[in-house]
Design a protein around this ligand. Structure first.
Ligand code: BG6
Ligand code: MG
Length: 229
């Protein structure tokens, strides 16, 4: 609230002017495809991999994810071999992504997106994925967002704040007026490090550091976002 000099009453100014959405696990559930692709690679290489390890890859870049997966291997891989493994995983993943359609958009995402658009709130994607473009196109949101910052545009992956800071700069909205919606612990850390408000959704909802935790996007309204403080 700020004073209104014309009549001495206070007028309400929304504190949040932009929402930055993580993509995987917030807008669309690609987790199972990531899991299947890493699992296939791990099985071929004789490396143990399960869903708990897969959770640790949320928000983390492809090469860093590979490093986490390789911790269960005794074999030493050269940098060249690692690049080949990552490329192989991505090939499997891209094949699986061909199945993604607008039906895979998570519950109430569209309601929130179009509700925020009506209120002229700026919206961006802040994702570690280098496949963001194809995913957004496949779900019919290829040209919806005011900015898309993804794994191809950053030097440091979440938990580094780079992806969100770049999104706020592209939107021309100060970090303090940006709210991030994230499902990954690494993404929550990144948003907090950027000095932004953060709503944890789904898997990330167990992270107590978030300003609000929800099961899915049906549990938050446009009004709540506008009044967020
Ligand atoms: C993130 C996912 O969005 O992108 C991670 O949560 C994934 O699980 C990362 O490892 C990188 O994805 P990609 O598509 O570039 O391999
Ligand atoms: Mg995610």
């Amino acid at each position: 609230m700020i004073p209104n000099p014309s009549n001495n009453r206070e007028i309400s100014v929304p504190s949040i002017k932009a929402v930055i959405f993580d993509l995987d696990g917030v807008i669309v559930s690609t987790d199972e495809y990531h899991y299947q692709a890493w699992k296939k690679l791990a099985d071929t290489e004789g490396i143990y991999f399960d869903k708990d390890i897969n959770h640790r890859l949320r928000g983390v870049s492809r090469m860093e994810s590979l490093e986490i997966l390789l911790k269960a291997s005794n074999k030493q891989y050269s940098e060249e071999q690692k690049l080949e493994l990552a490329a192989r995983k991505n090939f499997i993943y891209r094949e699986l992504l061909k199945n993604i359609t607008p039906d895979d958009i998570l519950p109430e995402v569209n309601t929130l997106l179009y509700g925020l658009r009506k209120k002229r709130i700026k919206m961006a994607i802040g994702s570690s994925s280098r496949n963001s473009k194809i995913i957004l196109e496949n779900i019919g949101l290829g040209s919806f967002f005011d900015a898309v910052i993804d794994g191809n545009m950053i030097k440091k992956s979440k938990p580094d704040p780079e992806v969100f800071v770049k999104a706020s700069a592209k939107l021309r909205i100060p970090v303090k007026q940006c709210l991030v919606i994230e499902d990954a612990v690494s993404g929550i850390s990144a948003a907090l490090a950027a000095g932004m408000k953060v709503v944890a959704v789904g898997y990330g909802a167990e992270d107590k550091r978030a300003h609000k935790a929800i099961k899915d996007l049906s549990a938050i309204t446009v009004e709540e976002i506008l009044d967020f403080n």
